[in-house]
Every structure is written in C-alpha cells, then in structure tokens.
Ligand binder design. Structure first.
Ligand SMILES: [Zn+2]
Length: 288
C-alpha cells in the first residue's frame, strides 16, 4: 500500500517504524473461538496472522499536512527506551527517521504531535536521547494530550513510577510544550477530537478534513483486522472491554460506506482504507 496519499486539500504520510509478531490470537482476543479463527484464516494470513496463529502488529505514525499545519499522530516506539518487550527495548535503528526523510520531512517541520492515548507504543518518539537527556524530538511542535488520559498516566506513575512516563511524557510537560485538551478540542477547520474510550479511559481518535472527517485516525480503538468483522471481540488489554466493543462498533458504523478514509495504528498491510459492510460487521477496503 502507498506511503503517501492525497485526500481533499490534505496529504497523509505513513511513517512505519516496525512490524512484528505480537501475541497469540487467543491471548490477544479472549472472546475468539477456534471456529471463528479457522473461518477467517485465509484472509488474515500472512500479514495479520503469522505462524503459530500469532497476530502481527504494525507500529506507525501518520502525518497529515493540512493547508495550515503538519500534524503527526501517535509517535510509536522510539529509540533507547527501557521497555518490557525485547523488540522495543533499547532499540537504536534509524527506520523511523529514514521514513520521515522519505516523506520529505524533517523533525523541524512537525507543528503538532497528537497522541490518541499515552501507552508506550504511541509516545516513544515524543522524545529522543541527546547527550544523556530526553529532549522533545520535534523541536517546534506542540504536543496534544487528552486531559483525562494524562490524568490517568500521572496517577499510574504516582502509584508506581514507570519508564514511559519519565522518558516520553515528563520531558514534554517540563518543556512546556503540551496542549492538554478536552473532548471538544479542534484546531481550525481541519482537525478535531473524536472521543473513543474503552482501550483507555481517555482514549481519543482524530478526524481531519475541512469541516468533515475526510480521514480518521483510530489509534487503539481497534488492534487487528479480525475486529473489523467482529467488533465485539475486544483486546485482552482493553481497560474496559465492554465499552471498547461499543465504541468500536459505533465508530465503524459511523464511517461505514462513506468516503472517509480510516487509518489504523496497528494493522499491517492493509493499514488504511475505506470501511464497508461485511455481514454483521465491517471490512477495510483498499482505496488505491
Ligand atoms: Zn498501541
């Protein structure tokens, strides 16, 4: 699938950092049955479902260039960070920065970084390590965090300090670069928050487009393509799996069979497409 595409008066770039096996299917989706997995195996393999029935995830940012701003949504994993998963831990590759350069962009070009939520795989490139100090990666950017989401992260860090808070959030807060926003946040005519709680309490998606949602960024309201067809299957780590399922279905229904382009955070190919109906559920269809 293409890495750059134009829609309306905007350009969207995919900045892919990594694609890797994540969790066995039944561990990831506790409501999944063998029968459903077997019935969908053909279309899930090889991109989404790998050997041993392990789901793969892609880690990617999207950059939207509106006529007024250049906005990066979700900053993936980052480098040099202490993390629990081996493939995330202290990595030092240049894939992300090369992808940014391939899009014709530099870190200075980003006006806003918007995070759908504040888990480690969505805030990593908020900062980078320079001379032993964590500094904002995007020196000219304002960082947009949901107020509810930030309160949750702060409370979690007070209970039990964690590296992701210290290395990817605190330096941004200390640098005074945050815009802490509510569910009514908008930026001009082109950008708005779509509250999508469930995966986390303060999880938000973003809508882009002049006065209407021509492109939407799901964040983690959905993790794997099988959840398109069966929106009731929630991820084991959704904070509120029942709410996550309701949010997922209502979001997919809202954009189903419309021209709106849906960009997912974690789907491997196909990561972005149009939503169409498939039985009692939905599917993502290529827009090329
Ligand atoms: Zn995620």
């Amino acid at each position: 699938m293409r890495l750059n595409f134009s829609i309306g008066d905007m350009t969207v770039h995919r900045i892919v950092e990594m694609e890797s096996p994540f969790l066995p299917a039944f561990e990831m989706l506790p409501g999944l049955t063998q029968e459903v997995l077997d019935a969908n195996r053909d279309w899930l393999q090889p991109h989404s479902l790998g050997p041993g029935d392990v789901f793969s995830l892609c880690y990617q940012s999207y950059i939207v260039r509106t006529p007024h701003h250049t906005i990066l949504v979700d900053s993936c994993l980052g480098n040099d960070k202490q993390r629990g998963r081996p493939e995330w831990h202290l990595k030092t590759d240049d894939t992300y920065m090369r992808a940014l350069a391939a899009a014709g962009l530099t870190v200075e070009d980003i006006d806003y970084v918007m995070c759908t939520h504040l888990h480690d795989d969505h805030v990593g490139w908020n900062t980078r390590l320079v001379n032993g100090e964590w500094v904002p990666t995007f020196p000219n950017a304002r960082y947009v965090f949901s107020e509810r989401e930030l309160a949750t992260a702060q409370a979690a860090n007070e209970r039990s300090p964690y590296a992701g808070y210290t290395d990817s959030l605190l330096p941004i807060l200390r640098a005074g670069r945050t815009e802490i926003v509510g569910d009514d946040y908008q930026l001009g005519d082109h950008v708005r928050i779509l509250p999508t709680p469930g995966h986390t309490d303060g999880h938000v998606s973003f809508g882009f487009g002049k006065k209407r949602d021509e492109v939407v960024m799901t964040g983690d309201l959905i993790h794997v393509p099988l959840q398109m067809r069966y929106p009731e299957l929630s991820f084991a780590r959704d904070k509120d799996p029942v709410l996550a399922a309701t949010t997922r279905r209502s979001f997919l229904e809202r954009y189903c069979d419309t021209p709106t382009l849906c960009c997912t955070a974690h789907f491997p190919t196909l990561s972005a497409g149009r939503i169409s109906r498939w039985g009692a559920g939905y599917r993502l269809q290529s827009f090329d």
